[in-house]
Write a protein that binds this ligand. Structure first.
Ligand SMILES: [Zn+2]
Length: 664
């Protein structure tokens, strides 16, 4: 049996149901039009009921039954939920939280990713599972573990067990060499925090006012522990299996997508955005796409509402359609719901699904069937065209999130929220297509780069690469709050910025928090707006610097709020404050001639328009994502592959949550 993309399916937990029920489930899966199920992520105790006693017969039965119905399997390693016998016999594997409590059996993600005992048991179950299924032609791919990231509330995220403590110290010893160098980099003389040896270092806990460098170092260490944990499993899977390997990641950058996926084959992403913020899911797919040249997988999303203890945020009719097409439009080749059949017991009883725990199709079942039919009708176009490569990119940084968690700019500042709402949203509303990239990503595909709140240019040695890219012709929109911390989360002492003053020929004369009051700004064309969040006021010190906007009041009056300068063949634009949506859109539009970055089409701001090209032809996929009517000006006559009808060039109406696959 060979299942081909686009993959469409759900998470399925046969271990929780009587074995004979699978026939009813499969019959419904076929009715739904699904071709793949994701299985096994929490099934360790069914695979290894006692230490060293393995049972895969039930799992073979499920995989074979699905295959006989033409449904492929994404098999997961079950390491998120170690069995009771493992926790009982080897309690040292259990996470110790920041209050010193050992997290016992009965939940999930309660084993320490650094525990060598846990790692050995994980390696064994993964090796066994890979040996059983690695050559099974009915497998479509592998998922390592589930949603790996350090749990807990900052600043006490992750694990504080003796192994983590030692590994954290050893890591800093390897990085700094001597404790004196760590003290110098972190500036520990203040508050008598200077360490005499690495053995005096502890992770930061809630209730204490810890050093920012310590906090950032521990958060980074815990996130990277999961990278190492997954890579160990990937090595085994790569040795014993022939299907692509990934791990399903959440919309958080606490674990670096770039470092995690470096040795994996396919980026897998889960999200549960709902009606008010569905558009935000696009940022995470624009972030998943550039990580690998192959199409990403949307491994989990909801059909109709979220829920764990309670059912949350019901989605109107049509949501499932728009939500399922956004990842496909943006370059994905798999959409899987969480979950197939609602649980009858245990955690997450109230989560939306495809069929109820009683096996009855939920209200949006017909919509699921329609999505399946659409994926099938447009399969050739989906799989043999790709989204056009954007010339515009925006940074989203693992290190910035790590640093801002312990030292926000102003009260209530949240890094991800500001990047997605104040930068990504205005950009897509103006119909620019972009890649959202990690600091380590190459810059060569891009003509225009926006780096909001990119706290350090030392991440991934970006500083030198960035300057070389600008000098070669790139245009960089920097800030606010970019290049203001080093790799130890400390400030620079020669200037508020590492390099930006030098590069842009400016002098930052005043810095004032933009809350509770803001300041008026006059743009070069006479337009007025207000500062937001933070205000850097610049003097223009070098030749060739121009001010694109000046503050007109208060202590900042007369200083530049946005400065620009040509550097080599390129250009730098420094934002001293967060521009409003219109101002940001205006800056990008103003640069169109220099960068070639132009909107992909004339369309309503609530419409996602993705131009696509490839061996299967050329066209665009459009998805309405705000549950409102939208319009689009189609540049060429096309056929809507979902209806088979021809659509003439010109104005096209799109219904709320409407989708069109338009092939020219
Ligand atoms: Zn630990």
């Amino acid at each position: 049996m060979k299942v081909t993309p686009p993959y469409f399916g759900a998470a399925y937990y046969p271990e929780a149901w009587p074995v004979e029920q699978i026939d009813d489930d499969i019959a419904l899966m076929k009715q739904a039009g699904m071709n793949v199920m994701r299985i096994g992520e929490f099934a360790w105790s069914s695979m290894e009921p006692a230490e060293g006693a393995f049972d895969f017969a039930w799992l073979h039965h499920v995989v074979d039954k699905l295959a006989a119905a033409g449904i492929g399997t994404i098999l997961c390693t079950p390491t998120c939920t170690p069995p009771a016998w493992l926790a009982e016999k080897y309690p040292e594997i259990l996470i110790i939280d920041d209050a010193g409590r050992q997290i016992g059996h009965g939940g999930r993600r309660h084993a320490c990713p650094n525990s060598p005992v846990y790692r050995d048991h994980c390696a064994r179950i993964v090796t066994k599972t890979a040996g059983e299924f690695g050559q099974d032609a009915n497998l479509v791919g592998w998922q390592i573990d589930n949603e790996v990231h350090p749990h807990g509330q900052p600043p006490g995220r992750g694990c504080f067990c003796p192994v983590c403590k030692q590994k954290f110290r050893d890591g800093l010893r390897a990085k700094f060499g001597t404790i004196g160098k760590l003290n110098a980099a972190w500036g520990t003389n203040l508050w008598s925090q200077a360490y005499q040896s690495f053995d005096q270092l502890h992770g930061p806990v809630r209730g204490a006012w810890h050093h920012q460098s310590l906090y950032a170092a521990y958060t980074l260490f815990q996130g990277d522990s999961y990278v190492e944990f997954c890579h160990q499993q990937a090595d085994i899977l790569h040795r014993l299996t022939r299907q692509p390997v990934g791990t399903d990641m959440m919309p958080t950058t606490l674990v670096s997508y770039e470092r995690m996926n470096r040795t994996l084959d396919v980026v897998q992403h889960n999200h549960y955005h709902d009606m008010p913020n569905l558009w935000q899911s696009a940022m995470w797919f624009d972030y998943s796409r550039p990580v690998k040249p192959v199409p990403f997988w949307n491994t989990e999303t909801s059909t109709c509402w979220n829920g764990s203890h309670t059912a949350n945020r019901y989605r109107e009719s049509g949501f499932c359609r728009a939500n399922s097409w956004i990842p496909v439009a943006l370059g994905g080749e798999a959409v899987l719901y969480w979950l197939w059949r609602s649980h009858w017991s245990g955690q997450e009883l109230m989560h939306g699904s495809v069929v109820s725990s009683a096996g009855r199709p939920l209200h949006m079942f017909a919509e699921v069937q329609e999505i399946a039919a659409g994926f099938k009708a447009a399969a050739d176009f989906i799989t043999r065209t790709r989204p056009a490569q954007p010339k515009l990119a925006m940074h989203l940084s693992n290190w910035a999130q790590t640093v801002f968690e312990s030292q926000g700019i102003v009260e209530g500042f949240d890094y991800r929220t500001r990047v997605v709402e104040s930068f990504y949203h205005p950009i897509i509303q103006a119909q620019y297509r972009l890649d959202v990239i990690d600091a380590a990503a190459p810059l060569t595909p891009y003509a225009l780069l926006v780096s909001p709140y990119l706290v350090s240019l030392e991440e991934a040695a970006l500083r030198d690469r960035l300057l070389a890219w600008i000098e070669a012709g790139g245009t960089w929109i920097a800030g606010p709050w970019t290049d203001v911390r080093d790799l130890h989360a400390a400030k620079y002492r020669h200037a508020p910025f590492g390099s930006i003053e030098d590069w842009a020929g400016i002098y930052c004369k005043q810095q004032i928090p933009g809350i509770p009051r803001d300041f008026a700004i006059r743009w070069a064309d006479g337009t007025m707006s207000r500062s937001q969040l933070w205000c850097d006021g610049f003097e223009l010190r070098q030749s060739g610097v121009e001010s694109l906007a000046d503050y007109t009041e208060g202590e900042l009056a007369g200083l530049s709020a946005v400065a620009a300068r040509k550097v080599g063949k390129g250009r730098i634009i420094v934002l001293g404050t967060q521009p409003d949506a219109a101002a940001l859109q205006g800056i990008i539009a103003h640069l169109a001639k220099a960068t070639g970055v132009v909107p992909v089409g004339d369309a309503s701001e609530n419409l996602l328009v993705v131009p696509r090209k490839g061996p299967a032809g050329e066209g665009q996929i459009v998805v309405e994502h705000e549950h409102k009517p939208a319009t689009l000006t189609l540049p060429r006559a096309a056929t809507d592959l979902l209806t088979g009808k021809s659509v003439p060039a010109g104005r096209v109406e799109i219904e709320p949550y409407g989708v069109k696959v338009l092939k020219y």
